[in-house]
Design a protein around this ligand. Structure first.
Ligand code: ADP
Ligand code: MG
Length: 545
């Protein structure tokens, strides 16, 4: 069997690659640089994690956020893949241990104590790292400028250097990070140039050429997969008073998981209070909340204790919750880039999900105000340099390089806002406009957005999220059971069974554990652990109905 398929199955449990993954993996393994432009949720990580397993040397992953690194490394470890991260939050002892393990594994010149006697070398080697060999090391971009790290990197064998969220290198991307500009310099300091692969979800042509130029990619294989997310329904509502529109949307989506994005912290606070008063259970998140509160809000939402989170655009980067059924923009965001990224958090499991913007002219005014008067937090003022940095976040330009021409930046932000306004106020198919904005050609009718559907006589809209013959009652019973189990065993609900599988249960009504094992894509471990309880629930439902 082709080793990349073997690794896909053994380590990740998947049978097939998603569009583009195999091509870019094969190309990286052949030693060619690569640039992968794939939408959020398309599976970019796999494109460098699989080569990392095959390459003889270390794979160094440059990633902009501590939380992203931690999530990825934890996920890799769960899959039995050796991975570590080093950032300002890792204490010195741990850092030393990780670096010396890696040195022992990949040293161009093995350490003296290994070289001393060849007979004892293997045991000394194993004493260095008893656990799984470290195949991937995640670092922040600023780490690459640290002299100790450079000295370390020069002595080991690095096969692949991967730049995740590579749009951070471009001033015209959404999240400029000055430290990304120094990556090319780091690569040049290495005795042997590794394969360099960059990944981003930003398809904009300026950003693409900035990545290739600034990272000095050598004739990279460029992969662009489609930006369309066919399972997402897009809608724009122009409303004077947003409250009635919002509460009717939430009533329709009761019990489902969703995000409500607002432009300001104040709106987040007042709206979440109003929702609570009106009987909706929500949590909220913005940058001015104390860290513990933010973490708790995130945990409650991720764990399904609170289905809905009201947040500013400070929330969401690195969040990979598969069953988000709706993303509502209570205010129009400032750019199509922001919108696509935020709305794209819906429906990662491929099930139908709704993305809705409630907008009125006040939103334009707020965005204009941000662009003109937003405070500026220069790059070197961001503590540790590892904090989230978006060009405008909660009304502040964050991590802006000191040399940036602010007038030019503002003019650029105004152009982006104008494109966003044309999206909400125009009359063309929302999907066509959005894909066109990201440089893709699309038909003028998608049939799955409010503009296209407004052409169909009312009543024929296909808005139901649930397949025809399925029992919605059983589905909600199964969801309730899953939530109980999730609390009992302290495990995330979708880790027990994702929504997709619960839908199949509700439709196919398996009456035994073995019958469950026949369901395509089902996680066997979950079947053995929790299957019986679901079988009981289904039986009970069938008997009482
Ligand atoms: P991105 O970085 O492009 O936003 P991720 O790499 O975080 O996306 O992947 C998103 C999700 O898709 C993850 O849960 C991942 O496990 C899943 N995934 C990736 N590749 C595949 C595949 N070939 N088959 C099934 N699921 C996949
Ligand atoms: Mg990613």
């Amino acid at each position: 069997m082709n080793p990349i398929y073997q690794n896909l199955k053994t380590y990740f449990g998947y049978d097939s690659f998603r569009p583009g993954q195999e091509k870019i993996i094969t190309s990286i393994l052949s030693g060619r640089d690569a640039l992968g432009i794939m939408p959020t949720g398309a599976g970019k990580s796999l494109c460098y994690q699989i080569p990392a397993l095959t390459f003889p040397g270390l794979t160094l992953v440059v990633s902009p956020l501590i939380s992203l690194m931690e999530d990825q490394v934890a996920a890799l470890k769960r899959r039995g893949i050796g991975a570590e991260f080093i950032n300002s939050a890792v204490d010195i002892n741990r850092k030393q241990r990780i670096l010396s393990n890696i040195s022992a594994q990949y040293s161009c010149n093995p350490p003296a104590y290994i070289r001393r006697t060849s007979s004892s070398s293997s045991s000394a080697f194993h004493r260095c790292y008893k656990s799984t060999p470290i195949k991937l090391l995640y670092v922040s971009p600023e780490r690459l400028s640290a002299p100790e790290f450079r000295a370390f990197a020069q002595k080991i064998r690095i096969s692949l250097l991967c730049v995740d969220e590579a749009h951070c290198i471009s001033l015209w991307g959404r999240q400029f990070r000055p430290e990304y500009m120094k990556i090319a310099d780091f690569i040049e300091s290495l005795p042997v140039r590794p394969v360099v692969a960059a990944f981003t979800a930003t398809a904009n042509a300026e950003v693409r050429s900035d990545i290739i130029d600034n990272l000095k990619l050598r004739e990279p294989y460029v992969l662009t997969t489609g930006f369309d997310r066919p399972n997402l329904y897009f809608e724009v509502q122009k409303v004077k008073d947003k409250w009635p529109a919002l509460s009717s949307l939430l009533t329709r989506h009761r019990g489902e998981c969703g995000i409500i994005y607002c432009l300001t912290r104040r709106t987040v606070e007042s709206l979440s209070r109003k929702l609570e008063v009106n009987g909706f259970t929500v949590t909220h998140y913005h940058g001015a909340m104390p860290l513990e509160e933010r973490e708790k809000a995130q945990r409650d939402w991720l764990g399904g204790k609170r289905n809905v989170i009201v947040a500013t655009n400070a929330f969401g980067m690195g969040i990979d919750k598969p069953d988000v059924r709706f993303v509502i923009h209570y205010n129009m965001p400032g750019s199509m880039e922001n919108y696509y990224q935020e709305a794209g958090r819906a429906g990662r499991d491929g099930l139908p999900s709704d993305c809705i913007i409630l907008y009125n002219y006040r939103d334009v005014v707020i965005n204009r105000f941000f662009i003109s008067y937003a405070g500026i937090m220069p790059g070197d003022m961001v503590k540790g340099g590892e904090h989230r940095s978006v060009s405008i976040i909660e009304g502040v330009y964050v991590a802006i390089d000191n040399d940036v021409d602010l007038d030019e930046l503002r003019a650029h932000e105004r152009r982006k806002l104008a494109a966003m306004q044309r999206f909400v106020a125009g009359d063309v198919c929302l999907r066509q406009y959005m894909l066109g904005y990201f440089g893709e050609h699309a038909p003028s009718y998608c049939g799955k957005c409010s503009r296209c559907l407004s052409l169909i006589p009312f009543g024929q809209h296909q808005t139901s999220l649930i397949p025809d013959v399925e029992s919605p009652d059983l589905y909600s019973e199964l969801r309730a059971l899953r939530l109980r189990l999730s609390r009992k065993y302290d495990i995330l609900p979708h880790k027990i069974f994702p929504d997709k599988i619960l839908h199949v249960f509700a439709r196919a009504r398996p009456r035994s554990v073995p019958a469950m094992l026949l369901i395509e894509g089902i996680n066997f471990v979950s079947v053995f652990r929790y299957g019986r309880e679901f079988v009981e629930e289904i039986r009970l439902f069938v008997e009482t109905n």
